[in-house]
Ligand binder design. Structure first.
Ligand code: RB5
Length: 148
C-alpha cells in the first residue's frame, strides 16, 4: 500500500521511527517531511501536503504526527474527502477504519509511546472498511462537506 507520512518538528522523532517500521512491513512509504527536528514548521502545512496526496491517490493512506496528533487531524479534516482520525490505541485504530473509513491516522509524539504508535498504525493499515450500515453515514459526512 502507498502511504504518505508527515510530521511537524514536534512529531519528527516518532515520524522517523514509524517510517522505518512501516518499510520493514513492506509498504511503499513517501515521506513528505519535515526532515529537520531543529527547524520549527507549522503543522497545518504538513497536514495539508499529506492530505492532498491521499486525496489524489485512490487507495493510499496517510500517517500524520505532531505533538498530540490533534493539530494535524484538525487541519487535514478541512480538506474535502479526508477523514483523519486521532487515534490512541488499537481499538480506536480498528474502528476508525471499520466504521469511519478513515484515510489518515494521526498520532501524538508527546502522548503515545512508540510501541503503541506502531501498533496503532499497523492496525489502521491492515483493517478494511466494513461498509454496510456505515456507508450512508460516510455519505452524510460527504454531504456536509458539499454544503460548504
Ligand atoms: C508544536 O509545538 C505543537 O503545537 C504541535 O506539534 C501539535 O501538538 C499541535 O497540535
Amino acid at each position: 500500500m502507498k502511504i504518505y507520512i508527515g510530521s511537524d518538528h514536534g512529531g519528527f522523532a516518532l515520524k522517523e521511527e514509524l517510517r522505518e517500521h512501516l518499510k520493514t512491513e513492506g509498504h511503499e512509504i513517501l515521506d513528505l517531511g519535515t526532515f529537520d527536528a531543529e527547524k520549527k514548521v507549522d503543522y497545518p502545512d504538513l497536514a495539508r501536503e499529506v492530505a492532498e496526496k491521499v486525496r489524489e491517490n485512490a487507495g493510499s493512506k496517510g500517517v500524520l504526527v505532531c505533538g498530540t496528533g490533534i493539530g494535524v487531524a484538525i487541519a487535514a479534516n478541512k480538506l474535502k474527502g479526508i477523514r483523519a482520525a486521532n487515534v490512541h490505541d488499537a481499538t480506536e485504530a480498528r474502528l476508525s477504519r471499520q466504521h469511519n473509513d478513515a484515510n489518515i491516522v494521526t498520532v501524538g509524539q508527546r502522548t503515545l509511546g512508540s510501541e503503541t504508535a506502531k501498533e496503532v498504525v499497523d492496525t489502521f493499515l491492515k483493517t478494511a472498511f466494513e461498509g454496510g450500515r456505515h456507508v450512508s453515514r460516510i455519505e452524510k459526512i460527504t454531504a456536509i462537506e458539499n454544503e460548504e
